[in-house]
Design a protein around this ligand. Structure first.
Ligand code: SF4
Length: 248
């Protein structure tokens, strides 16, 4: 959790849970996993439990933090909050009761806008009927290649007022993507020492799918050794569109 964020499209982060396990190619260079290892070494009390070394790592075991639940209540001014930059709220080992508590906090603080991003939307769809879906809660899914298109199908089953796709790190062509029921798409390349290349054709395909289907398009970065290495212009302009929510 931190107030202030390096993520372009959000203003604060809130981590009521920490830890995760890698489940798809987009996880290969998970920055949260690397950061958790550092935070553990620095003695941060939220990152002392180790996850499975095959899929997780030091300090990155799934952990619920009840003491973090009240943090957004204490932020008096409205913020756009990215939920769980260091975890995935719909991970199988997070209890349903804790997920309900997180949603209760979001429902009770309508001044904030909450952005949840998951690679596990099947659980979100299964739990959808038992969770409130106030209009200030946005839900998105990560899609890196065509192998993850099923996540969009699951997201369509969730009555979030704003549904979005995060194609980051984009690792292959998603040409002719069906964006029915989506309001926003974010695309971006990978950054860091082991970043994988981003083909401009893949980004243009997504931009054009968004324009054809009336979906807001946000291009975050080309990626490279650092997130800012190669800028974020596509065909000479910035793409910073934001979604227009519908009523849930
Ligand atoms: S789902 Fe997200 S937080 Fe979890 S390992 Fe993959 S990239 Fe990291």
């Amino acid at each position: 959790m931190a107030d202030g964020s390096g993520i372009e499209w959000t203003e604060a982060t809130w981590n009521p849970t920490t830890g995760c396990d890698r489940i798809s190619p987009g996880c290969d260079n998970c920055y949260a996993l690397t950061l958790a290892k550092r935070l553990k070494a620095m003695g941060n009390p939220k990152y002392q439990e180790d996850g499975d070394p095959r899929t997780s790592g030091p300090g990155f075991a799934i952990t619920e933090h009840p003491s973090a639940l009240d943090i957004p209540r204490r932020w008096a001014s409205p913020r756009v909050i990215f939920v769980n930059s260091m975890s995935d709220l719909f991970h199988a080992r997070i209890s349903s009761s804790f997920i309900r508590e997180v949603f209760q906090v979001m429902e009770e603080t309508p001044r904030h806008t909450y952005q949840l991003l998951t690679k596990r939307p099947r659980r979100a769809a299964r739990m959808a009927a038992e969770l409130p879906w106030p209009s200030n809660v946005w839900l998105g899914v990560s899609v890196e290649t065509t192998d993850q298109l099923w996540r969009i199908d699951d997201l369509r089953r969730v009555p979030a007022a704003t549904r979005f796709v995060s194609a980051e790190p984009l690792l292959g062509s998603l040409a002719c993507l069906d964006l029915t029921g989506m309001h926003w798409l974010i695309a971006g390349g990978e950054s860091g020492a082991n970043h994988r290349p981003l083909d401009p054709t893949w980004v243009r395909e997504l931009r054009d799918s968004c324009r054809e289907q009336g979906v807001a398009f946000f291009f975050k970065q080309w990626g490279g050794r650092t997130p800012k290495s190669n800028g974020r212009e596509l065909d000479g302009q910035l793409w910073d569109e934001m979604p227009v929510p519908t009523q849930a």
